[in-house]
Write a protein that binds this ligand. Structure first.
Ligand code: PLP
Length: 529
């Protein structure tokens, strides 16, 4: 297998970013983006990929892998979906097949995935922002290989590694003064759960407020904060003392806070599922209300953090000074499970800061060396390659292009964008037949309609996007390294798909109408049983 050409910028950046990190790039002027532009992702779509494992690759891999794990995985690639159906989640495998997403992807690099037939897919979702540096970033991979080669200590609970301290130092350096204490976890949900516990313990209060339509993860604690009943159905009773208020409604928030028993208000600065931006002044006023009523202000930046919005953190846009910031997804470098809860030393100590209680909140894998190394590599790549300014510029290009498409395609109701976090909301189409189809599709499932665009983008143009949930929003989260040419390819593909959605006679309508009809028939049969 081949890898992306190494960056011409040479070895990694400064030993630590420190507080200067947040503004260093603007001061120095953003360096030219090397990785994104040099990426093999510039290859045109539908080309034979050099990333498909050949017999020689498999033989070479077997020589270096005495247990044969990777060679077996390469050999058994064709069984992947069957194995998933048997031992993982057959319903998800069925959904993938229905939507035509049941491809056998065999490799990934930069902005592209490659399937077994050598077809390239432009990834404009990047695993919900997980692969923010693009797939298999060569420098992250090298850092991980070097970390393993160094035989560092891992998993010894009485030990703190320099890597963990360095990543904590780097994160604190990117955040406002006073956020200087870090707890590392393996998933975003675990970081949210940690903030829920720390806020309760430090405040001596129990209630937790979050927002309608908000998302914070699916383990039982964070699920109690999720503002969408669809995710909660069947899993109750959830945590007592949790309630939601409408996003943007300060009166309802204050009514809850006034009771004086609220430990924390937990909010995403931009709601990730629908890419809903806060009304002007909302987040600052919510923070102020929390201060006034003695509640903690927790900003869930698991999706918005580390460059997604064109800044290190979305909080910079509104000059917020939260009590907690939660980080995940992009911190992984697209490789390792890692998330973080960042708070003040004072809150940390109040929650668990005694000799007796210093180990009551722990996580076996939280500070593992590969996750810590991946987080540090991610921050250094973003700084070195000027990815904040680049993401802001590519986000603006996309927003302008989408606005132009909206003017020509009435089915596009609204485009919402914050850097490279973009939601394209579809609306009810014009024309009698199209409206009948629209209703049928919504009767079958509230989240099905965006597939009218998502399916043909994938099938006909090799572009990966995602329907955002039980709504009519198509979610775009391209890698921060996305190039101008990739933005242009995406816009051209979307233009062609939207043109086919006009009227109700196009192929796209037929496919989604058939999925809706099948769903309704299955539901009727199940109800009759
Ligand atoms: N918080 C937000 C804002 C998220 O978008 C997500 C995941 O999508 C989470 C929390 C949960 O993260 P994880 O899936 O890593 O548990």
């Amino acid at each position: 297998m081949t890898s992306a050409p190494p960056s011409r910028l040479g070895p990694s950046g400064p030993a630590s970013l420190g507080r200067r990190g947040a503004h260093a790039q603007e001061r120095r002027g953003a360096p030219a983006l090397q990785y994104a532009c040099a990426s093999p992702a510039e290859r045109p779509l539908l080309t034979a990929s050099p990333h498909i494992a050949t017999d020689a690759d498999i033989a070479a891999t077997a020589l270096e892998d005495p247990l044969g794990v990777v060679a077996d995985a390469l050999l058994r690639g064709e069984e992947a979906l069957e194995l998933a159906s048997r031992h993982l989640d057959p319903s998800l495998v069925d959904v993938l097949a229905i939507l035509g997403f049941d491809k056998r992807y065999v490799s990934a690099q930069g902005s592209y995935l490659y399937d077994a037939d050598g077809r390239a897919y432009l990834d404009f979702h990047s695993g919900e922002g997980f692969a923010s540096l693009g797939h298999n970033h060569p420098d992250v991979r090298r850092v991980l290989q070097n970390t393993l080669a160094a035989d560092l200590v891992d998993g010894v609970q009485i030990h703190y590694s320099a890597l963990a301290g360095m990543l904590a130092e780097a994160l604190c350096g990117l955040l406002p003064d006073g956020l200087d204490a870090v707890f590392f976890a393996s998933t975003g949900a675990e970081a949210v759960d940690s903030a829920m516990k720390f806020a309760r313990a430090a405040s001596g209060r129990s209630r937790l407020i979050s927002c309608e339509s908000g998302f914070h993860g699916v383990t039982l604690g964070p699920l109690s904060l999720v503002g969408d009943d669809f995710f909660k159905e069947g899993f109750g009773p959830l945590l007592p003392g949790c309630c939601t208020v409408p996003f943007g409604d300060l009166e309802r928030l204050e009514a809850e806070l006034r009771a004086g028993d609220v430990a924390a208000f937990i909010v995403e600065p931009v709601q990730g599922r629908t890419v809903t931006l806060p009304p002007a002044g909302y987040l600052q006023a919510a923070q102020e209300l929390c201060r006034r009523h003695g509640a903690m202000f927790v900003l869930d930046e698991i999706q918005t953090g580390l460059g997604r919005t064109g800044a290190w953190f979305a909080l910079e846009r509104w000059r917020l000074q939260p009590d907690f910031v939660l980080v995940g997804k992009a911190l992984s470098g697209g490789c390792m499970p890692v998330a973080a809860m960042v708070t003040s030393r004072e809150i940390y100590q109040r929650a668990v800061g005694t000799l007796e209680r210093c180990y009551v909140h722990q996580s076996t894998f939280g500070r593992n060396r590969l996750s810590m190394a991946a987080g540090l590599a991610t921050i250094r790549v973003i700084e070195r390659d000027g990815l904040l300014a680049h993401a802001a510029r590519m986000g603006e290009l996309l927003r302008e292009g989408l606005a132009e498409l909206q003017r020509r395609h009435p089915i596009v109701k609204q485009v919402r964008a914050c850097g490279l976090m973009i939601g394209v909301e579809l609306g009810e189409p014009g024309g009698r037949m199209a409206r009948v189809n629209w209703r049928l599709i919504h009767m079958a499932s509230e989240g099905l309609f965006p597939q009218l665009v998502v399916i043909p983008l994938h099938r006909d143009h090799g572009v990966i996007t995602m329907a955002a949930g039980k709504n009519d929003v198509i979610k775009l989260l391209p890698p921060l390294t996305v190039s101008e040419r990739e933005v242009a390819s995406f816009l051209a593909a979307l233009d062609a798909v939207l043109a086919d959605c006009q009227g109700a006679g196009g192929r796209n309508w037929g496919v989604v109408r058939e999925i809706a009809a099948t769903t309704l028939r299955r539901r009727a049969r199940a109800a009759a049983r």
